[in-house]
Design a protein around this ligand. Structure first.
Ligand code: SAM
Length: 237
């Protein structure tokens, strides 16, 4: 579905949960010198302006990056780098969070289907950016070289069938690339439609609830990680 635009939600509490976890996993994977491949199925536009009409309309960022407290987490290094370059009101999407942690020897391959989001992404980042269906594109390029690596799956879940599409994708990906670290984000909705997906996926689960949202749409943010790297127990802090 291409009606979803992440600009309405950028920097919100779910982004903080997802982007901190992403920075943690990448920090673990880049501890050794060996290169990695980082891929995304649904990359978004890469950079967001929190003063623009979309971000101002929902104001979601106020409850997210607007009140996040600085600590020694690598997420903040990524934010600082992005804000040095794009200005103090900018907020990084997952590709730019990842880029801040990747090294010269690593590869970054991003899929984004929406034409305008794709164009903005291709301009914002120096990476292999494809305007292509994310599941099809990542499967077609897997296993990549280097073979150590992480795939982030972050669809909009506007259509109920997307939950099971994620499961089908994960099975197909692991069949082609058994050692891939696979990280899937999902919303916690009142009808609990994510439950069948995470049961079918297995893996390490981390969920954050947003008490102020109870009964009003998305009640929290979830992540499931398959083939989680060693050290993951310190991840969700
Ligand atoms: C939730 S947003 C991604 C946010 C981003 N991962 C981040 O954290 O900054 C989902 C994105 O997927 C894109 N999209 C929708 N359908 C797609 C598809 N079949 N393949 C690739 N991208 C798609 C949308 O245009 C949107 O930009």
């Amino acid at each position: 579905m291409l009606s979803y635009q992440h600009g309405y939600h950028a920097g919100g509490p779910a982004d903080i949960h997802k982007h901190r976890a992403l920075a943690s996993v990448l920090s673990l994977l880049t501890q050794k010198d060996r290169p990695i491949t980082y891929m995304e199925t649904h990359a978004g536009r890469g950079i967001y302006d929190l003063t623009d009409e979309k971000a101002q309309k929902t104001g979601e960022w106020r409850a997210g990056i607007g009140k996040a407290e600085r600590d020694d987490h690598p997420f903040w290094n990524a934010l600082d780098l992005v804000r040095d370059h794009f200005g103090p009101d900018s907020y990084p999407g997952s590709p730019l969070v990842a880029q801040a942690l990747l090294r010269e020897q690593d590869r970054c391959i991003l899929m984004e289907l929406h034409p305008a989001e794709y164009a903005a992404l291709a301009e914002a980042i120096d990476a292999e950016v494809h305007r292509r269906d994310g599941f099809e594109g990542v499967l077609a390029l897997s296993p990549p070289q280097p073979r150590r690596g992480l795939v982030l799956v972050d669809p909009s879940y506007e259509v109920k069938s997307e939950y099971m599409d994620v499961v089908d994708f994960a099975k197909a990906l692991i069949a082609k690339w058994p050692e891939v670290v696979l990280m899937v984000w999902y919303p916690l909705l009142p009808d609990g439609r994510h439950k069948a997906m995470i049961e079918a996926l297995g893996g390490v689960v981390d969920e954050v609830r947003f008490p102020q949202h109870k009964g009003r749409g998305m009640e929290g943010s979830g992540l499931v990680i398959l083939n989680a790297p060693y050290g993951i127990e310190n991840l969700f802090q």
